[in-house]
Write a new protein. Structure first.
Length: 75
């Protein structure tokens, strides 16, 4: 049984729902069935970590050069 993430178009509530077969989920807040399926962090990040939650590569934030920003050719 897959778990999907949704945003309700009526009340903007974000929630997850286990969907069985062809069943249509409804918003647990307002019971609306007008939902927008979202990409989950797991699906986007691959390892369960969203891109925004990842730490920079190193002191520089780009290549990880410990000398700091501007010390490599990537900056």
């Amino acid at each position: 049984m897959p778990i999907f993430e949704y945003v309700c178009k009526q009340c903007q509530h974000h929630f997850e729902a286990i969907v069985q077969g062809a069943a249509l989920p409804e918003c647990p807040t307002c019971a609306s069935k007008e939902l927008e399926k979202q990409l989950s962090v797991f699906a986007v990040g691959g390892k369960g970590v969203g891109l925004a939650a990842r730490e920079p590569a190193g002191a520089c934030g780009t290549c990880g050069d410990p000398r700091g920003p501007g010390s490599c050719s990537l900056n």
